[in-house]
Design a protein. Structure first.
Length: 296
């Protein structure tokens, strides 16, 4: 299916894999791109530039297909990371976690294609005015970092489509062909899946994380207030205690602390980000199987 999104990114299908922190490994990114989607490496918590360079090169060894990366505005090294991505030949990036004004002009100067993740129509308009090539309209049911203002995907996507002229990609609450078709009906030209790709064979998330996603119901996530932002995560025993005021979230925002919970399976080390779409996840297939179910 050719859309402005596939033409922009050079992939076969307008399906992006969300960049999910320390569990966004080269094997997963390459598998998504090999299956016709667009894989994205994560740099959200990256402090070691050479480690990111190594991940890019490891992904290139696994696929010759296009893939990109995500940049978090709040990362103090975001401009250095942007320069590294450009130097390593990454052609497209998504930006999130802050005002697009902080990064879009710099990325455009480096010749990168920019897709801005937005929670509101106002931010979508600002990103377009700055020169963003596409908008990823992420509904409030999505997992991970969120602001305190936002709308559901069902409302946000058509509102953004009406407000901008660049292609719009829908994110939040999408796990299968039903969500994909719904997103297209809302006016989106592509979709981004994050939580769904955690529960795949290629993702390095610990089996406990994947099993928790499969076991979760449609009300199996909660929002944790982190001060400047909030995080949607699975309702693990730790998260339930945090919500009850009986514990604090021990996980910081560096790769090593997050890895303890997400990769090594210590569910007391931190929360497990996930969207409400966890309630639609009932197995752990390959990335290719997910993409083929969506498009066929």
């Amino acid at each position: 299916m050719r859309t402005r999104v596939t033409e922009l990114l050079g992939c076969r299908y307008p399906i992006l894999q969300g960049a999910m922190g320390v569990i966004c490994n080269p094997e997963l990114v390459a598998a998504v791109s090999e299956a016709g989607g667009f894989g994205l490496l994560a740099t959200a918590f990256a402090a070691d530039l050479e480690a990111v360079r190594a991940q890019i090169r490891a992904t290139k060894k696994l696929t010759s297909k296009p893939f990109g990366a995500n940049l978090q505005v709040m990362n103090p090294r975001s401009q250095e990371l942007a320069q590294l991505l450009a130097d390593e030949g990454i052609g497209a990036v998504t930006i999130s976690g802050g005002s697009p004004k902080a990064l879009v002009p710099f990325l455009l100067e480096k010749g990168l294609k920019v897709l801005a993740v937005v929670p509101t129509v106002d931010v979508a308009r600002k990103a377009e005015s700055l020169g963003a090539h596409a908008i990823i309209a992420e509904g409030s049911e999505s997992g991970g970092i969120q602001g305190f203002q936002g709308a559901s995907t069902m409302v946000l996507v058509p509102a953004v489509v009406d407000a901008v002229k660049v292609p719009v990609i829908a994110a939040g609450g999408i796990a299968d062909s039903r969500g994909y078709r719904a997103a297209l009906a809302l006016g989106a030209e592509g979709v981004q899946l994050g939580t769904r790709f955690i529960a795949t064979k290629e993702c390095i998330a610990h089996q406990k994380y994947k099993d928790a996603l499969v076991a979760a119901s449609e009300v199996g996530t909660a929002l944790l207030n982190r001060g400047r932002f909030q995080v949607r995560a699975l309702r693990t025993p730790l998260v339930e205690r945090i919500l009850a005021g009986e514990a604090k979230d021990p996980a910081g925002f560096d790769a090593s602390s997050l890895e303890a919970a997400w990769v090594t399976g210590d569910l007391e080390a931190g929360s497990l980000p996930a969207g409400e779409v966890a309630g639609l996840i009932h197995g752990i297939p390959s990335a290719r199987e997910i993409i083929e179910e969506i498009v066929h």
